[in-house]
Design a protein around this ligand. Structure first.
Ligand SMILES: *Cc1c(COP(=O)(O)O)cnc(C)c1O
Length: 391
């Protein structure tokens, strides 16, 4: 008999009842160190007092009015994002998938409005993950994501990862946009080298193509800059954000330049919940903390420390780990043993990590993780690795 919850997930037999900072309490009372942060969502850890205050204050005032009216919290968060980024304008969603939907629509509408309606193709890359809607799975293109869901949304072109020549050859007069994660998350923590991102920007400029960055996982301070593309010194035309921006409250956004967004006039797109007062009140509280250069400097210090300890771990367990990769506090351990087994061994050591493609386990701790917690996390990983090697 089918379970009452549609069985689309492979769930671990763990049920958490409380969270505080980097720690989760299981129903049986055990405390787990959380190096997954709900897949890069709890950027400020669990139950951060500033976020709890922002949410409860707003909950006592007003939950929902719809986008038929002005929403002060939405305006405030949009102003903050515009001030902190390349963007001139922001649309709020409830998730990364919805951000993908709008990014694709916006790019196509841009060329439609510019009198170039034939420019509809979106170039995406092997190993990409942009969500689970029809547009997002067509963008990813993998068998795993699309099998049985045909007919797929047309107009997506798939290229190998980080191959500039293939990209240059693939751009034609039907190309609307390049869609890319500066650091692939689900694909196995694969950072795009700065020179590739710069090369993409140049190709886009040369051919009048839009650059859409998916910073749903790598954005919001995760790599040590507010957004990962800042490391390469380039700016996108459109950017998808979600996960960390709500700190655990469902919130996403599409950021865009005025030129890219020009076609999105009244009536062209909408959302009942997107940009609601609750989500945006929390989003403002997240931005207050995350966008502070001092906070980001701390993320970089902690990232350096975690990375160094992980290099030591890999050296100590050459049969278990192949390498450390990633950027900032978005790190991956490429495994020589099945990654799912290592994640399970971590659970036995009361440690949370997240599996990814390419046999990687992801470490995406809350950005507020302390030095002591980093040391404790690596000690638990060391014990989990020891469980994988027969003594
Ligand atoms: C998680 C993720 C998405 C999808 O976000 P949802 O909120 O799950 O819809 C899209 N892109 C990237 C890079 C992601 O990591």
């Amino acid at each position: 008999m089918i379970p009452s919850v549609l069985p689309t997930y492979n769930r671990a037999p763990l049920s958490f009842v409380k969270g505080e900072g980097c720690w989760l309490t299981e129903a049986d009372g055990r405390r787990f160190l959380d190096l997954g942060a709900g897949i890069a969502v709890n950027a400020l850890g669990h139950a951060h007092p500033a976020l709890v205050a922002a949410l409860t204050d707003q909950a006592n005032r007003l939950w929902h009015v719809s986008n038929l009216y002005e929403i002060a919290q939405q305006q405030a968060l949009a102003d903050r994002l515009v001030a902190a980024t390349f963007a001139d304008t922001v649309f709020f969603t409830n998730s990364g998938t919805e951000a993908c939907e709008l990014a694709v629509k916006m790019a196509r509408r841009h060329f439609f409005d510019a009198g170039r309606p034939g420019r509809t193709d979106i170039i995406a890359f092997d190993g990409a993950f942009h969500g689970r809607s029809s547009a997002a799975i067509a963008a990813a293109g993998s068998e795993k994501m699309t099998r049985g869901f045909a007919p797929l949304l047309p107009g997506f072109v798939h290229l190998p990862w980080a191959d500039h020549d293939a990209l240059a050859a693939a751009i034609t007069d039907t190309t609307a946009a390049i869609l890319v994660e500066p650091v692939q998350g689900e694909g196995g923590i694969r950072p795009l080298p700065d020179q590739c991102l710069k090369g993409m920007r140049d190709l886009c400029d040369e051919h009048g193509v839009l650059l859409i960055l998916d910073e749903v996982q790598c954005g919001m301070g995760r790599t040590g800059r507010l957004f990962a593309h800042e490391w390469a010194g380039i700016e996108p035309d459109i950017m998808m954000v979600a996960k960390g921006i709500g700190g655990g409250f469902p919130l996403g956004a599409v950021l865009a330049t005025e030129a890219a967004a020009a076609g999105m006039t009244a009536g062209t797109h909408g959302s009942t919940y997107g940009g609601n007062p609750l989500g945006c009140a929390v989003g403002c509280a997240v931005m207050d903390i995350l966008a502070d250069p001092q906070f980001l400097a701390g993320v970089n210090r902690r990232a350096g420390s975690l990375r160094q300890k992980l290099e030591g771990l890999v050296a100590a367990h050459p049969d278990v780990f192949e390498e450390v990769r990633g950027l900032g506090l978005m790190l991956g351990l490429k495994c020589r043993v099945p990654n799912a087994e290592l994640v399970a061994a971590g659970h036995a050591e009361q440690l949370i990590t997240v599996p990814a493609a390419d046999n990687v386990i992801r470490l995406l701790p809350p950005l507020v993780i302390t030095e002591d917690e980093i040391a404790e996390g690596v000690a638990r990983l060391d014990r989990a690795a020891a469980r994988m090697t027969p003594s």
